[in-house]
Design a protein around this ligand. Sequence first.
Ligand code: UDP
Ligand code: MG
Length: 242
Amino acid sequence: MWRRVTSLSSFLTSPSRSFLLNPNQEAYGQRICKSLCTDGGKSGSGGFFSRDHCPYIAFVLGGPGSGKGTQCTKIVENFGFTHLSAGDLLRKEITSDSKDGSMIFQMIKEGNIVPSEVTVKLLQKAISLSENNKFLIDGFPRTEENRISYERIIGAEPNMVLFFHCPEEEMIKRVLNRNEGRIDDNEETVKARLNVFRGLSLPVVNYYAAKGKLHKINGTGSEEEIFERVKPIFAALRYFGI
Ligand code: UDP
Ligand code: MG
């Protein structure tokens, strides 16, 4: 669909379209355009995606309780993306008859990271079963190894990455108060998950920041306040037919 965007750089810099985008959206638009136009030919050039089916992929990252899932639900409602939570896909595997179920259970219980091949395969299956062509991949990649494995198997980089930044005390409070009956929402496992996030997941965030693909969002405040910060990013995408 974004073969249409090849000349969008000039569209974005044209004074005649300034009424279309506010300054924030213009900045987002420039970054989005860059990610669409300078993917090093990786998207759709072999791997899982073909030239005819190359969906728009946004990774959604942040620590445990940073609001990834909540904001993804709002993005789905307002912008028509399909939400794929890596954690939810893994939890579903535990309750199915999958051979990996008990291994996944153990990993999640201890706050460790499930082997990349398992998670990437679940994501791959969910994408191929969907009719949609734009996806939010929530809570993945969590390690550099996850990232490299995804890019190798899928053969494409994400188009953009959202990162919800939130103080640790706030994340701990949210996780311990959310009462969703999760085996990993207890004080001990949350501490382990935060250690994993600091040590293994932040390098992934930094990698995408250096590539100019990261949208860092202040994840404090009410759900609505946070969504007001997310909205302009996706509103800008609409100008690219996404
Ligand atoms: N997990 C994993 N790989 C992933 C996503 C999740 O191994 O790509 C495991 C990991 O043990 C993590 C747990 O699933 O701590 C819960 O992840 P989820 O994203 O659901 O938790 P959140 O960060 O949203 O609280
Ligand atoms: Mg979640």
